[in-house]
Design a binder for this molecule. Structure first.
Ligand SMILES: [Zn+2]
Ligand SMILES: [Zn+2]
Length: 295
């Protein structure tokens, strides 16, 4: 992140802080001030995530998402806008909670490194694979624990309001839920080294992926990839397919559920009989989930 901050300080923030200092007749905050870095990071991360969220989910909604899904009996009235409002409320709070991790990075406490060949070129690919597997494993357990009846209602239930998702559901969480599920991405660079550009690229990728698994259109029915079909099963039937990128940990820990053939097939997926069968199964399931909360 220091490479991004370097550019932003030079081209944006130096001027802003100098102007603020002039207006208040004080010394400008130095670049390495924690207060200045926290403010700058909030402005940058919040702007980035809002643009990225509305940009990526908007493009996906326009060009990829099958809008016939909005006729599903479990699609809520005005749901797309409810999802956007939910994400817009959560993202500032998630941004604030994320700042300490990035400050740690800026002050050299993480294992992010600059030189491409510091650990050899093959390590760049190895570290990317490690990032996917490490974060997939952690998110699997965070997500699975969030489905525990003792905490489900307080933290994760909001994201399951969207039974038939649009791409805008991708970041529509309770802020604590969104933060907990993003923690592994920050933790990774405190556990193993990553080259800064590889890390930034993967960070962008995970945000796109999050949109992709909520748009309902699978790009692959590879048995190892946890795609939109698998996450559709998660939103329809709750206690299956907790993974983010792969089906490995669901298979390993007994929560894998194979998507049915009609989830992969647009014409079958949009048929009234398939949709009302899904709606009935959900109606049977929800009272069980709700009852478990009081246990
Ligand atoms: Zn989801
Ligand atoms: Zn869930």
């Amino acid at each position: 992140m220091d490479v991004v901050m370097e550019y932003l300080d030079t081209y944006v923030f130096d001027g802003v802080y100098n102007k603020a200092a002039g207006l208040t007749s004080t010394e400008p905050l130095p670049r390495n001030s924690i207060l200045r870095q926290s403010i700058s990071l909030f402005v940058f991360i919040y702007t980035y995530i809002i643009l990225f969220y509305f940009g990526t989910a908007g493009l996906s909604y326009r060009y990829v998402y099958d809008k016939k899904q909005e006729q599903h009996p479990k699609y809520l009235k005005g749901q797309r806008f409810l999802e956007m409002a939910c994400a817009s409320r959560a993202l500032p709070q998630i941004t604030v909670l994320t700042i300490p991790w990035i400050l740690g990075e800026l002050h050299g406490h993480s294992m992010v490194y600059k030189e491409w060949d510091k650990y050899g070129y093959p390590y760049l690919a190895i570290s990317a694979i490690m990032f996917i597997l490490f974060t997939d494993f952690c998110i699997y357990w965070v997500h699975r624990l969030e489905h525990h009846p003792k905490v489900y209602a307080q933290c994760h239930k909001l994201h399951h309001k969207w039974i038939v998702c649009t791409p805008f559901a991708s970041h529509a969480f309770h802020p604590i839920d969104g933060y907990l599920q993003s923690l592994p991405y920050h933790l990774a660079v405190y556990v193993f080294p990553m080259q800064e550009y590889v890390y930034l690229a993967l960070f962008a990728f995970v945000n796109v992926w999050s949109v992709m698994i909520h748009d309902g259109e699978y790009v692959s029915n590879n048995p190892v990839v946890n795609g939109a079909a698998h996450h559709t099963v998660h939103h329809l039937y709750f206690n299956y397919n907790y993974g983010q990128f792969t089906t490995l940990f669901d298979r390993l820990f007994g929560s894998y559920r194979k998507p049915t053939a009609e989830i992969y097939d647009r014409s079958k997926r949009n048929s009234k009989s398939v949709q009302s069968k899904q709606a009935n199964e959900i109606d049977d399931k929800i009272p069980t989930l709700e009852a478990k909360k009081s246990q």
